[in-house]
Structure formats: structure tokens, C-alpha cells
Design a protein around this ligand. Structure first.
Ligand code: FRU
Length: 494
């Protein structure tokens, strides 16, 4: 059979002379390139892949299409770090040149096996624009950082009976002496599922069955992408990215969403009894997160700060998206909370701090930093409606507003010259129990804001594309409040 081709299925090996240099130069001139978030030098980034703390070094791989801001032939880009915050570009880890990955090296995760890092991924196969299949593949990273595809790929050829060609995103973990692989899948009736394979040696795999996950997802859910499973303090957690959910009150407002479920996994019997599940991040741009164990055995997570099928202002600059900052996950009062990794403190440089009382007014706390961390404690006394405007200037601003009477927090990104994605709405909200004080930790980095409220109880990830002059951090309130704050300029890591 002749191979299905389209211009976008082009690998790095087929780059024309100077093509990549020209792209790199064009992107380098962008005012929106983050200073301390992992992002592509050119082209499109999506899911974080293969995350690991391996042999004393952090490794992050990510989905990468090198030639433009659209979803084409996916490679695995690779960066590494000694400290989790300063990243060094490595040679591209996976360039899809083999028949078993003919239309891209899709997402996957890693696990250490006998002193080597096993990187599992999906070989995407397209027969036509609509028809596809998938192979599951393995690459092995040695301690010296060399990545080599396994000689006997694919380790799983094709998809099991009962499922469409949408089977992908392997996550492997070990229980007792057995390795298990969870995969996102689509049943033949076009509903989403998680399927499981097992193996004694992490190389030879056999199909075990479908995970019974009592999430009561609607029938409109047509695919579950990027399943992740881990334990925190003995508690089982499953994170997954469902497609096709309908918006419900403040939940699932984005085109695609991410949920976490707490409960009990019985992998031998293929059940996950869910005690509770929630949307993971309430912002506009968050998808396909992946977790791993850090240096101190803590659970760390990176997400893709982006959304498929949305046009972003940087598309015309030939690059798109970045990863979130690393976040530490914990379970507090039955909720999965996310806090920025403490390692990020190493990036603080100049700081400005203060404390003030404000009554029915607004004031600018600081201007001039385009990449900074803000820590703020607000004692709201009787204030009913108060908040912050980030990336603020006379003409623009990202508004984070707390509403005590409705016990909600709202993020509004409509007020930008380069406003985008109006069709999916420009406001996101979350329920929050607003008492007398609110604690905030916010990271702004040229075109991204990550907002952690009350120690990570509610988190918003959002992209915005301000003009260079919009660097203000404004505080506003309808009644008296006091606020103490510190703003740290963040070092550029690239
Ligand atoms: C999620 C996803 C994965 C797939 C990858 C392809 O964003 O669609 O399911 O492996 O992206 O880039």
C-alpha cells in the first residue's frame, strides 16, 4: 500500500537548508516568548512526555512539530535540568522515520527499568485523512542520555478488537512483579475508555482488558487521552483528559478538559472505584498533564498550557504554546491541590514588597516586570468584590475577581488588543469558599499566567498576549481590605 502523505507529515530530516535557522530567528523576535517556561524554539509544542527524574537529572520531553504552529508530524523534543527550573536543550529524542510510527511519535510516559529509562510512546499511523491505527513503541535512554529506539518495535502492533484506531498515550507502572500499561482509547461505539496491557519484563505485552472506571461520563465523551495513574500518601489518583464533555456550570468550559479522580485501583481486576472527581485546572489553556516522581519522591506535574483547535496570536510567528511550570501535587481535605514547585524560588531576582489598606478603590502595586512571581495575602474584611488586574495598563488587563456573595472567583481575559478564541468564551470561574483572607501565588511570564489560590485549592492556567507596556499589577476592591505582597522579577532561563 502506498503511504498516505500530506505536506505536514515532514520530519526534521527533511528540513530544507536554513529552514530551521530562519524559523528560529523569526521566533526569537517574538515579544511573547516566555522567559522561564519550557517552550519551543520554533514550531508547535503540545503534551509533556516521558517525564522523569533519572540518574540525578530531570528530563522533560514534549510533543513537537518543528515547522510551524499547526499539528503536523510529531517528534519528541527533549530538555534536561539539574534543578527543575533551568533547562538545557538536548538533541531531538524521537524523529519518526520508521514505518511503525509513520505519522508521528505521539505521547507517552517513562519508567526506569534496570537502570535505564524506558520511554513508551505511540506510533501514529494514518491510512487517509480519516482512517488511522496506532502502534505502541519503546525507546530506551541510557544513563549517558543517548536515546535509542528498541530494535523489536512495535511492542504492541495495532489496536485490540472492539476499539477504533484511537488508542494512544501509554502510561506504564509496576505493581508487584508485573508491569501495567494504561492507554487512552475509543470504543467502536465512539465512546472513550482506558484499556490495560500487562507484561512481566516491560517488553512483551499482552492485552488484559478495559478498566472499569465508574466516572459516569456522558455518552458524548468520545475519547480519553493521556491517562496517568499514581499514588499520593497511599491514595490512588487517576488523571485523564476526556474529549467531548459538555460544559456544566463552571466546569468543562474548554473544548477539551482534564479531570482527576480519587479512589481505589484494583488493577488485577481492572476496576477503579471513584470516590470523587473534579476538573483539575479552571483556566483556559490546560491539557494533557503528566506526573512523575521528583528528587524527594514528591509527585510533580507539568501540563500543556494550550488547547487544540484554538488559534493563538503567535500562530503567525510560527510557534505555539509552552508547558506549565512544574507543580507539586498533594491531597488536602479530600482535594488534589497543586502548588508551584519550591525550586522555582531559585529564579527570583529583584523583589519589591509592601503592605497597604485600600478602600473602595484601585491601586497599582507594581509595574515594569514582564516575568515575575507575585505572592499576596488579602484580608478582605467586609469587601464583597475585589481582586487583581495582571498584565495591566491603561488599555488592557487580565482580571481576577473574587465575589464573596457568590463564593466564586472569575478570570476574564477579554480585555486585550490581541484577544483571541472568543468563540469558546473569555471568562472562566470556579467556586471558592471566600472567608476573611485569600492567599495568592501568581506567575506571569510574558504571555502566560498561572494563578494558585489558597495554596493550590483553585488553579487557573491562561495564556494572554499583552502589548509590551502592559506590566502593571493592580489591586481593586469595593470596600476596605488590606493586602501584603511581594513581587519577584524572575530570571530568564533561555
Ligand atoms: C493530546 C494528544 C494525545 C496524542 C498527542 C499527539 O493532546 O492528542 O492524545 O498522543 O496529543 O500530539
Amino acid at each position: 500500500m502506498t503511504k498516505y502523505t500530506e505536506p505536514k507529515y515532514k520530519t526534521l530530516h527533511e528540513a530544507e537548508a536554513n529552514e530551521l535557522e530562519i524559523l528560529k530567528e523569526k521566533v526569537a523576535a517574538s515579544i511573547w516568548k516566555p522567559a522561564f517556561h519550557i517552550h519551543p524554539e520554533h514550531g508547535l509544542l503540545n503534551d509533556p512526555n516521558g517525564l522523569a527524574y533519572f540518574n540525578g537529572t530531570y528530563h522533560v520531553f514534549y510533543q513537537w512539530f518543528p515547522f510551524g504552529s499547526y499539528h503536523g508530524m510529531k517528534h519528541w523534543a527533549h530538555v534536561k535540568s539539574d534543578n527543575l527550573v533551568e533547562w538545557e536543550q538536548q538533541p531531538t529524542a524521537l524523529v519518526p522515520i520508521e514505518d511503525y510510527e509513520s505519522h508521528g511519535a505521539y505521547s507517552g510516559a517513562s519508567i526506569e527499568v534496570d537502570g535505564k529509562l524506558y520511554l513508551y510512546y505511540t506510533g501514529n499511523i494514518k491510512y487517509s485523512a480519516e482512517e488511522r491505527s496506532a502502534n505502541q513503541c519503546l525507546a530506551i535512554m541510557e544513563k549517558d542520555g543517548q536515546v535509542r529506539k528498541y530494535d523489536h518495535n512495535p511492542i504492541i502492533e495495532g489496536v485490540p478488537a472492539g476499539y477504533t484506531g484511537h488508542v494512544r498515550d501509554p502510561k506504564v507502572f509496576k505493581k508487584g512483579n508485573i508491569y501495567y500499561m494504561m492507554l487512552g482509547a475509543q470504543r467502536e461505539d465512539k465512546t472513550g475508555a482506558i484499556i490495560v496491557y500487562e507484561s512481566k519484563d516491560a517488553l512483551d505485552w499482552s492485552f488484559k482488558g478495559e478498566l472499569r472506571l465508574d466516572l459516569d461520563l456522558p455518552e458524548s465523551c468520545y475519547m480519553l487521552e493521556c491517562p496517568d495513574y499514581f499514588k499520593i500518601n497511599g491514595q490512588d489518583v487517576l488523571v485523564v483528559s476526556p474529549q467531548g464533555l459538555e460544559a456544566k456550570h463552571h466546569d468543562y468550559q474548554n473544548l477539551y478538559n482534564v479531570i482527576y479522580a480519587l479512589g481505589k485501583l484494583d488493577i488485577e481486576n481492572l476496576t477503579f472505584d471513584v470516590t470523587d472527581y473534579q476538573e483539575l485546572d479552571k483556566g483556559f489553556d490546560f491539557y494533557a498533564p503528566q506526573t512523575f516522581e521528583g528528587k524527594s519522591h514528591e509527585r510533580l506535574m507539568f501540563g500543556w498550557a494550550g488547547m487544540a483547535e484554538v488559534e493563538y496570536p503567535t500562530d503567525k510567528e510560527d510557534w505555539a504554546h509552552c508547558l506549565t511550570l512544574p507543580r507539586k501535587l498533594d491531597i488536602v481535605n479530600g482535594l488534589l491541590v497543586q502548588k508551584p514547585a519550591t525550586e522555582l524560588k531559585q529564579l527570583r531576582s529583584k523583589s519589591h514588597s509592601g503592605s497597604l489598606t485600600l478602600d473602595k478603590d484601585s491601586t497599582n502595586l507594581h509595574s515594569g516586570f514582564r516575568s515575575f512571581e507575585l505572592e499576596a495575602s488579602i484580608e478582605s474584611h467586609g469587601a464583597d468584590s475585589f481582586g487583581l488586574e495582571l498584565f495591566s495598563s491603561e488599555t488592557e488587563g487580565l482580571v481576577l475577581a473574587f465575589d464573596r456573595s457568590n463564593q466564586t472567583v472569575t478570570l476574564n481575559r477579554e480585555n486585550f488588543h490581541s484577544s483571541f478564541d472568543k468563540q469558546n468564551g473569555l471568562v472562566r470561574s470556579a467556586e471558592l469558599s471566600i472567608g476573611d483572607s485569600v492567599k495568592l501565588q501568581v506567575f506571569c511570564d510574558r504571555s502566560i499566567a498561572e494563578i494558585f489560590i489558597n495554596d493550590g485549592e483553585v488553579v487557573f492556567t491562561t495564556r494572554v498576549f499583552p502589548i509590551e507596556q502592559s506590566t502593571g499589577v493592580k489591586l481593586f476592591t469595593d470596600k476596605e481590605l488590606t493586602c501584603s505582597y511581594a513581587i519577584h522579577q524572575m530570571k530568564s532561563t533561555n
